[in-house]
Design a protein. Structure first.
Length: 203
């Protein structure tokens, strides 16, 4: 199944209690988001060397389905190709202005559930530091401010650390479903899906 309509198909069976979001794309997200020492800045080609250095650790790629890039140019080209589809905004994650990872807001106009926050990778030295939670909180606030009525997350069923981090955001665990992504070992990924609703009347 192609990605268009994939989330819609996954969540069609939720029942009548769930309202599907429609979000104008691209949402009006700032080029830079910041809180304290953590900031998110829209990815640019010149960020490739710093991001490559931050992710130059096999642990950072353990649950990422695509091939591990071997050079900064290869990483930058891979991200540029995904951004060129027009369905994502990719940010570098920075701590004290140093690049420590990346994350994206992903949307497909055919998918009425709306915005997904994903493709997050962080330097393993930052795991457990609070940087990931702060970065996600910045994006969550910006996405809801831009009109999202729900935000989705997914992670490989094997990635228990990531699932625990998503739960800490307050997202509801929707269980494990078959995904369309192929792991580097050739197996088709099963993912754990999550949904986050905004506080207040829309939740």
């Amino acid at each position: 199944m192609r990605r268009a309509g994939f989330l819609q198909a996954i969540f069609r069976g939720w029942g009548s209690g769930h309202t599907l979001a429609t979000v104008k794309w691209p949402p009006a997200l700032p080029e830079r988001l910041a809180c304290g020492v953590v900031s998110l800045i829209r990815f640019a080609a010149e960020d490739s060397p710093g991001l490559f250095a931050a992710l130059d650790d096999d642990a950072a790629w353990e649950h990422i389905p695509r091939q591990i890039p071997t050079t900064a140019d290869e990483l930058g080209s891979a991200l540029a190709t995904k951004i060129a589809t027009g369905n994502r905004m990719t940010f570098t994650i920075r701590c004290d202005e140093a690049i420590v990872g990346t994350t994206s807001v992903i949307f497909d106009s055919v998918d009425p559930p709306g915005v997904e926050i994903g493709a997050t990778q962080l330097n393993p030295r930052m795991w457990g530091s609070g940087v990931n939670g702060a970065a996600k909180a910045l994006l969550i606030e910006a996405c809801f401010a831009a009109g999202a009525t729900s935000i989705y997350f997914r992670t490989d069923e094997r990635n228990h650390r990531s699932a625990a981090a998503i739960r800490k955001l307050g997202a509801r665990d929707l269980g494990i479903r078959q995904d369309t992504r192929t792991r580097r070992d050739g197996t088709v990924r099963r993912s754990r899906f999550f949904r986050l609703d905004p506080p207040g009347p829309l939740g």
